[in-house]
Design a protein around this ligand. Structure first.
Ligand code: FAD
Length: 485
């Protein structure tokens, strides 16, 4: 388990259970915890570890052992595979995720199968090439939705087992992480060392002191936890139900207004695979088809697919599925087919050319990465957006566009601007280090967009300004919201 960190609606897990049942064998889930995930700091690891507490509980109920060890995932899988008839993994689209899977494939002897579970339509099925824009991708993916928007049946585990260590005859790679695994667990090894950020990372409601696990992993503790976000599938579902009940019907009207609380706030959960996009889409569709009637509550808990999509799909649902499926899976398409997804040279030729033509244009403001990170610019709307990212670990989607465009405007070279945007987003956003993040940033620089009227610095890349924010929504109310965080 790496990208799909959940024990429900997980196609890789259900496939593994099916194969194990056929072969008369138990299932063991392994998670290799390494401090070396590119760009990740304690903010991200805390969220991940909270999620693993939920995974552990649910797997236990289902009769599946979970082994979480402090070891690079490839080393851990290679060691455990010596005891396995079959290794099944989930799928990730970023460079390091693909390298990990390729390394495992070259080093184990048993069959190794990758099952995609964090998109609705598998990335290569949706399109065999990098798409130019949402307009070219939308019809391709829409054609396939009836075939892929189907619920995943949970399988019973025929050979339940709880003690993973016994299954491996004690041959466990790396150090234990949670105290119910054998050998000295990390929480005790690290417990006495203490550390500055540790207090901020003490976590309620989990048996193990997660703060000490973070210390033992040597991850950067200087970024404080994201206030208001608790990791895990349980919390993800609570948020989903809340969104479907209270916000979905107005989503198309509210989504571009950062002064309101109109979004689902699900991106951190989708990023860590703590929530399945399939589950989200099916539940959203079910609620809409119930038409907000008396049985809406019951439908929220339904996993059965409702009848084929009604002709008069509610505008809120249509707008939400456009983001959740078309935009999100366009981002997977970009990360998968474009190896430079986190650099300026991933942009279409016209965008690179126009930005370079205008590179020498004078900049009225020119900020360093540190000034931007600390929200010290002349623009209080931009500063509010950056503060929201610093404090909450998430910025409103509409402000994200303005935020990225201004980094381009206030930095001497477009390459550096792209790099700063990636670094700030990856460091502070709980949902950062994700295809959506790289695609969102690339969009600010012209990706998946068309050329517009030429102007200074931006050339033909679409421009945004503060007057536009004022025209569209009450931006002062947004600033006040952030000040009250
Ligand atoms: P909702 O509006 O409730 O949408 C539901 C889901 O749909 C989201 O969770 C997300 O998975 C998907 N979605 C929504 N908008 C987009 C979009 N424009 N592109 C792709 N998928 C979308 N998204 C991230 O997940 N991680 C990032 O690091 C990230 N960085 C971004 C940086 C910039 C500069 C820009 C312009 C956009 C970025 N986005 C990122 C995309 C988008 O802003 C977020 O997905 C969205 O704001 C997440 O909040 P939500 O879950 O409340 O969204």
């Amino acid at each position: 388990m790496q990208a799909s960190q959940r024990a429900e609606t997980n196609h890789a897990l259900e496939y593994a259970i099916g194969e194990a049942n056929k072969q008369g064998l138990p299932v063991l889930v392994f998670f290799g915890l390494t401090g070396g995930v590119p760009g990740a700091n304690a903010r991200h690891y805390r969220f991940l570890l909270e999620g693993l507490c939920d995974v552990r509980e649910t797997l236990r109920r289902r009769g599946i052992a979970l082994i979480v060890r402090r070891i690079p995932p490839v080393e851990g899988v290679v060691a455990i595979a010596r005891h396995a008839a079959l290794v099944v993994t989930d799928r990730g689209y970023l460079r390091y995720q693909r390298q990990w899977r390729e390394a495992v494939a070259s080093r184990i002897d048993c069959p190794f199968i990758q099952v995609e579970s964090d998109v609705i339509v598998p990335v290569e099925t949706a399109s065999p090439k990098e798409e130019y824009a949402a307009a070219t991708f939308r019809p391709k993916i829409r054609r396939l939705l009836d075939a892929y928007l189907v619920p995943l049946q949970e399988r019973d585990v025929a050979y339940p087992v709880r003690d993973g260590a016994a299954l491996l005859q004690g041959d466990l790679p790396g150090d234990a992480v949670f105290s119910d695994e054998t050998k000295e667990p990390l929480d005790r090894q690290a417990g006495e060392k203490g550390c500055a950020g540790e207090q901020a990372y003490a976590i309620e409601g989990c048996d193990d002191p997660l703060a000490s696990i973070l210390v033992a992993l040597s991850v950067d503790l200087s970024i404080p936890p994201a206030a208001g976000f608790r990791g895990g599938s349980r919390e993800a579902r609570r948020r989903l139900d809340n969104f479907l009940r209270l916000k979905l019907s107005r989503y198309h009207e509210d989504k571009n207004d950062p002064s309101l609380d109109g979004l689902s706030e699900l991106s951190p959960y989708l990023h860590f695979g703590q929530l399945s996009p399939l589950e989200v889409a099916l539940k959203a569709r079910a609620v809409c088809q119930a038409g907000g009637g008396a049985n809406k509550e019951a439908l929220l808990r339904e996993t059965e697919a409702p009848p084929a999509a009604a002709a008069e799909v509610a505008p809120g649902l249509a707008a939400f599925l456009e983001e959740l499926i078309v935009r999100r899976e366009l981002a997977m398409n970009f990360a998968y087919y474009n190896p430079g997804y986190d650099r300026l040279d991933s942009l279409p030729a016209w965008a690179q050319a126009t930005l370079h033509t205008h590179q020498a244009d004078g900049r009225e403001f020119n900020y360093t990465k540190a000034e931007l990170a600390e929200a010290r610019t002349h623009d209080r709307f931009w500063n509010a957006a950056q503060k929201e990212l610093l404090l909450r670990g998430k910025m409103h989607g509409y402000m994200r566009m303005y935020w990225g465009k201004k980094i381009l405007e206030w930095t001497a070279e477009p390459e550096t601007a792209f790099q700063i945007a990636v670094e700030l987003n990856d460091t502070y956003a709980l949902d950062g280090r994700d295809p959506n993040g790289y695609t969102g940033i690339a969009w600010c620089f012209g990706k998946h967009d068309r050329p517009w009227g030429e102007r200074a610095i931006f050339g033909k890349v679409r421009y945004m300004n503060a007057a536009g924010l004022r025209r569209k929504f009450d931006v002062d109310a947004y600033v006040r919201r952030v000040e009250n965080l």
